[in-house]
Write a new protein. Structure first.
Length: 92
């Protein structure tokens, strides 16, 4: 699991092929097979709601983050964020 899939971690090579970089959080939190944690790692706007709520990272949480990246690429904004009053705004 990567745990921090986001636009700034997708790198392009000379042929414009995307590569996922910055595996710092994956290494930092790789403590065996139990993905439960008391510290939720990642970037706001790319975190799956079940990760925020239950604190368990799975392959599905990376898939959600990739979907958020594709949403941002297509629409120009993140699928989740804060509105002007500081309330959570979910677009998906």
């Amino acid at each position: 699991m990567h745990r921090d899939v986001k636009a700034s971690n997708v790198l392009l090579d000379g042929d414009m092929n995307g590569r996922l970089g910055d595996f710092g959080l994956a290494r930092l939190h790789d403590h065996g097979t139990d993905a439960h944690t008391t510290h939720v790692a990642g970037t706001r706007g790319y975190l799956a709601l079940e990760l925020i709520r239950f604190g368990k990272a799975t392959e599905a949480t990376d898939v959600f983050a990739f979907g958020a990246f594709i949403f941002e690429l297509a629409c120009g904004s993140r699928p989740m964020g804060l509105n002007a009053r500081g309330e959570l705004l979910v677009l998906v």
